[in-house]
Design a protein around this ligand. Structure first.
Ligand code: AMP
Ligand code: MG
Length: 534
């Protein structure tokens, strides 16, 4: 049982629940599935956990919330963040939103298994919204159960923190708890339901508002609520833009376009594939949100999608993410149109996406290659050929860029030999003669191009290592941690969290975590194939 001092720590958090205070709520106090109109949220108390148990927590997120390690290891922390007790100041609600799923308007979706607990303000005045994922039914649960299982919760917990430490904008994760409940899931929707362990992640972000929160009001012709939500978002999350007005709506939308573009550039840099870029999974702050059937590129393949539900159309494949983000922004523009009524201005604002993405992508590719700047006349061809080569050779993306930094380009004669050996070592298949020939030509072009920058090797290497991570959450590593956690051993989850705190550093004793995908993982469920069932 929680002691009184434990309780005090969480009851002393300072809450300022702006979202529910300032926006229209659903008057219905009871928690049952329904369509909710003219409201941004509905009340939704978490379902108490049966036997809550701490699986892991992120101390950096706890520090943001000014929670001590002692508090995070207390019984009360476990109760509160598994959904069994609301601390003082917490108010539990689920948000109403809609969305386009796989390109089709899907109507009302909403927080079907996310329950917001309110917004903590720390002593520096920073606001953090807290949200439990998997803590039971809400009015938006549709035909599902409101729960989440261990494997998907560990994946969300680890990946949000890994992305943060990689420098990718993301929602964060404070904790992952086992609930002691059993949850039935048919992982591949193929008539094989299994019993899995229930779990709850506590997510943390300045705001959880998605594109779909705006879309739902426009779809229902509820312009009054749309305006309230837009004005609220600008005032709380984009205060520098000034008081809401039509020109401010436009500059706000433009800013959302820029932030989204920056996020996608980061995804392409680290080899992250979201897997379900529906408009309800797009944060208005340009944060990576809703970690479901995501994956990390191993062999570089722009056509790869980790999501088996997406296997047919491959809409959410790695190479398509920049286009889909744009498509999603067009849907957001459509949702804002009734408020702005200037189609051309919205079109114009969308250009901010294309421009930010194109410039950002070029700068990112130059940085990955250790070049001082991207010079389109030459570098377009250089980069395109490299990406084709990596695809043809089935080269591990993370290992390749990391090891490219180690090759001293001034070693005229030996550098090509070193490069070819490295390419073979980081590839999943033996290099064909054709690949070897193309790789030789590519490398010599790259060598000449790089030498023009006259960058000393140690500087080039350090600059490349600052953008090319050594450690990412390889699909099979997450799966190994899950396998062990399902057996009651949480140490690998915690070790991976620790490893991924410093993704760009050489960690001498952790080399094995930077290894190529082992053969057993190539076709294993959870490693290369994932579904929305979570
Ligand atoms: P996702 O594809 O995970 O982003 O989810 C799409 C919609 O389905 C969202 O409205 C989720 O809240 C809802 N959803 C997903 N899984 C569940 C679940 N187990 N219980 C209730 N709602 C869910
Ligand atoms: Mg979602």
């Amino acid at each position: 049982m929680p002691t009184e001092t434990d309780k005090l720590a969480l009851d002393n958090l300072n809450f300022d629940n702006r979202f529910i205070r300032e926006l229209p709520g659903d008057p219905e106090p009871d928690n049952f599935r329904r369509q909710v109109y003219n409201a941004c949220y509905s009340w939704a108390p978490p379902t108490p956990a049966k036997q809550p148990r701490l699986l892991a927590y992120a101390r950096e997120v706890a520090e943001d919330l000014e929670l001590s390690a002692e508090t995070c290891e207390s019984a009360d922390f476990c109760q509160v963040f598994a959904g069994s007790r609301l601390a003082k100041g917490m108010e539990a609600y689920a948000m109403c939103y809609g969305g386009h799923q796989f390109g089709q308007w899907a109507g009302q979706l909403g927080d079907g298994r996310a329950i917001n607990l309110g917004e903590v303000v720390n002593s520096r005045g920073q606001h953090y919204a807290l949200q439990l994922k998997g803590a039971g039914l809400t009015p938006y649960s549709r035909s599902a159960d409101g729960l989440a299982v261990l494997r998907s919760s560990v994946r969300e917990f680890l990946c949000s923190e890994a992305m943060h430490h990689l420098g990718v904008p993301t929602t964060r994760a404070l904790s992952v708890m086992l609930t002691g409940k059993q949850v039935v899931r048919d992982m591949f929707y193929d008539g094989n339901p299994q019993i899995e362990a229930g779990a709850v992640v506590c997510r943390v972000a300045p705001s959880f508002i998605r594109f779909g929160n705006f879309q739902i009001f426009t779809a229902r012709d509820d312009l009054d609520s749309l305006k309230k939500l837009v004005d609220y978002t600008i005032r709380t999350d984009f205060p520098a833009l000034g008081e809401p007005s039509i020109p401010v709506y436009l500059s706000w939308f433009e800013e959302v376009c820029r932030k989204t573009a920056e996020m996608i550039v980061h995804w392409q840099r680290v080899g992250f594939v979201h897997g379900v870029m529906n408009t309800d999974n797009m944060s208005i702050l340009g944060l990576t949100i809703d970690y479901g059937p995501y994956g990390w590129l191993e062999n570089y393949d722009p056509d790869w999608t980790p999501n088996t539900t997406d296997a047919q159309g491959r809409r959410y494949r790695f190479g398509n993410q920049p286009k889909i983000a744009y498509w999603n922004l067009v849907q957001l523009a459509n949702a804002l149109y009734p408020l702005i009524k200037r189609a051309e201005s919205l079109q114009q604002a969308l250009l901010a996406y294309t421009e930010t993405f194109d410039k950002g992508w070029q700068a990112m590719m130059a940085a990955k290659l250790g070049l001082l700047a991207f010079e389109p006349a030459e570098d377009d061809a250089l980069v395109n050929e490299l990406l084709q080569l990596l695809q043809a050779a089935e080269t591990d993306m993370s290992l390749f860029y990391r090891q490219l930094a180690d090759i001293d380009l001034s070693q005229e004669s030996d550098a090509v030999r070193q490069f070819l050996a490295m390419l073979q070592q980081t590839s999943y298949e033996p290099l064909s003669d054709e690949v070897i020939e193309r790789a030789t030509i590519w490398f010599e072009t790259y060598q000449t191009r790089s030498q023009r920058d006259s960058r000393p090797q140690p500087e080039r290497r350090a600059a490349m290592n600052a953008v090319n991570p050594k450690y990412v959450l390889r699909n099979y590593l997450a799966q190994l941690a899950i396998d062990q956690a399902e057996q009651g051993d949480f140490s690998l989850v915690r070790d991976l969290l620790d490893l991924l705190r410093h993704p760009y550093a050489e960690q001498a004793d952790k080399e094995s975590f930077a290894a190529k995908r082992p053969d057993w993982a190539k076709q294993r469920a959870g490693c290369s194939m994932l579904s929305c069932s979570s």
